[in-house]
Design a binder for this molecule. Structure first.
Ligand SMILES: NC(=O)c1ccc[n+]([C@@H]2O[C@H](COP(=O)([O-])OP(=O)(O)OC[C@H]3O[C@@H](n4cnc5c(N)ncnc54)[C@H](OP(=O)(O)O)[C@@H]3O)[C@@H](O)[C@H]2O)c1
Length: 221
């Protein structure tokens, strides 16, 4: 509640349609973002399992620890947080995304951060719905990074980015060269269209997602 009040006050000049909710309320959304620390992600998903059936669930948690001055990736069961969530709630459609986007910069609506967003999923509908959300955020480009197995290196790579942040005293984002904008092998078609994790029936509507994508990321489900 306090977080939402602060956001509405900070961005009072914009018509943000965000409301506060507990995890059960947040899980009523068409698309649910799990933005808890990594060790709470699976448990949180399971706690609202009945609400996640057939829905797109975006996992953005990174399993990391800090040893001395070094960030180190941890390997959760099944290789990634996202795969753990998918295994724990098999009837939802997990997409792993947004791991490398610094929250503070993402939250500054006046200075949109420029970043590519690597998205991976075993479900075409989840990949597409997540890509549509990302594409609505100014300066962000969704990239189809493959199947959910790719969540392992994607999550681990966050340790490298945090290390760079420390070393260069900055907040880095990921921007890849060599992929032309509008490449139709991106999520709306090409290889992604052939992917099917076996439960593609729960396509969620991402049409109202620009605001809610951020709002849901700020809730704890
Ligand atoms: N911060 C970033 O820049 C960034 C960028 C990309 C990805 N991520 C990933 O996004 C996730 C959230 O990051 P964050 O910086 O927002 O973390 P955070 O502030 O530590 O945690 C977010 C919220 O999760 C809830 N929470 C804490 N422990 C929990 C648990 N064991 N089970 C369920 N909920 C719990 C807390 O809500 P309550 O206080 O209400 O319990 C907290 O407000 C992390 O996995 C991180 O790796 C972060």
């Amino acid at each position: 509640m306090e977080t939402v009040d602060n956001l509405l006050e900070r961005w009072s000049g914009r018509r943000l349609t965000i409301t506060a909710a507990d995890n059960v309320g947040a899980a009523d959304a068409d698309i649910v973002v799990i933005a808890t620390p990594w060790d709470g992600a699976t448990q949180t998903a399971v706690s609202v399992e009945d609400k996640l059936q057939g829905k797109v669930v975006v996992s953005m948690a990174n399993a990391l620890t800090k040893l001395g001055k070094e960030f180190q990736p941890l390997v959760p069961p099944r290789g990634s947080v996202a795969a753990s969530v998918q295994a724990a709630v098999p009837q939802c459609l997990v997409a792993a995304a947004l791991h490398h986007v610094p929250a503070k910069e993402l939250g500054d609506l006046n200075a949109p951060i420029e970043s590519d967003v690597l998205i991976c999923s075993d479900h075409t509908s989840a990949l597409e719905a997540t890509s549509q959300i990302v594409a609505k955020i100014p300066n962000m480009r969704p990239l189809d990074a493959g199947e959910l197995a790719m969540a392992t290196p994607i999550e681990s790579f966050t340790a490298v980015l945090l290390q760079l942040n420390m070393h260069y005293k900055t907040r880095v984002a990921v921007k890849l060269t060599g992929i032309p904008d509008g490449d139709d092998s991106r999520p709306a078609g090409g290889r992604a269209a052939e992917r099917d994790g076996g439960n593609g029936s729960g396509a969620a509507d991402a049409s109202a997602a620009t605001g809610p994508a951020r709002a849901q990321a700020d809730t704890q489900t």
